[in-house]
Design a protein around this ligand. Structure first.
Ligand code: SAH
Length: 214
């Protein structure tokens, strides 16, 4: 579990590439420059960790492409001490980036194998999300709500109502919506009953699955 000067150099290059691709939030870029992505991958993929690509992480799931992590994190507009809910802990890489940005992170994973592995890995690497939960992200975490922002890292066929209900007024939900491909969607809660919607083009995620598929 080492982070070497070589890794840091590759990480700098990746962050430069993300900036060239249009990521401008320095909080996001600094966090991604600090989090050792290679330590969230299985050994066979570690040499490629700083390419801008998704990789398998076991249980049929993938760690998101760095550009996607950066794009979603930027849309969240995370401020220090924000309460952020993440759906789809997966490898824990996105969780670590949010922790590094100073957020209080609550994260949910429905795959038991990934949940067990990642809930041990994160503290080992020095990242301390408030809650790593094994469960169904469609339900959110009502007992810990409301959240400043919510990020869904799996492709959702629709926007789950409980997630909207768990946002603070002014809060932001970033969710890729669609079946085969997904439209990156930002919903901002402007009042108790009203949400403003913005769309940001197509992305490709593994599907957000309901409880019955576990
Ligand atoms: N944020 C992760 C992305 C992993 S891929 C990372 O940085 O590695 C998406 C993850 O969402 C998978 O681990 C998948 O098991 C999980 N997932 C899918 N449906 C879910 C649901 N209903 N609730 C919680 N997690 C879900």
């Amino acid at each position: 579990m080492k982070d070497t000067a070589k890794h840091q150099g590759l990480r700098n290059q990746l962050v430069k590439l993300l900036a060239e691709k249009g990521i401008y939030d320095t909080n996001v870029l600094n966090a991604m420059n600090a989090v050792p992505r290679h330590l969230f991958l299985e050994s066979g993929f570690q040499d490629f960790a700083y390419q801008d690509t998704a990789f398998p992480i076991g249980a049929g799931q993938t760690i998101s492409q760095p550009y996607t992590v950066a794009f979603q994190s930027q849309l969240l507009q995370v401020k220090a001490d924000d309460k952020v809910l993440e759906i789809g802990t997966g490898s824990g890489y996105q969780t670590a980036v949010l922790c590094k940005m100073g957020a209080k992170v609550f994260t949910i994973e429905r795959q038991n194998e990934l949940y067990r592995k990642t809930s041990v890995l994160l503290p080992k690497l020095g990242y301390r999300p408030r809650v790593v939960s094994f469960g169904d992200g469609y339900k959110g975490l009502p007992n810990d709500a409301p959240f400043d922002s919510i990020i869904v890292t799996a492709g959702a066929p629709f926007v789950p109502q409980p997630l909207l209900a768990q946002l603070k007024i002014g809060g932001r939900l970033v969710i890729p919506v669609g079946d085969e491909k997904q439209v990156m969607t930002l919903l901002i809660r402007t009042s108790e009953t009203h949400f403003e919607q913005h769309e940001f083009g197509d992305f490709k995620f593994v599907p957000m699955l309901e409880d019955k598929n576990r």
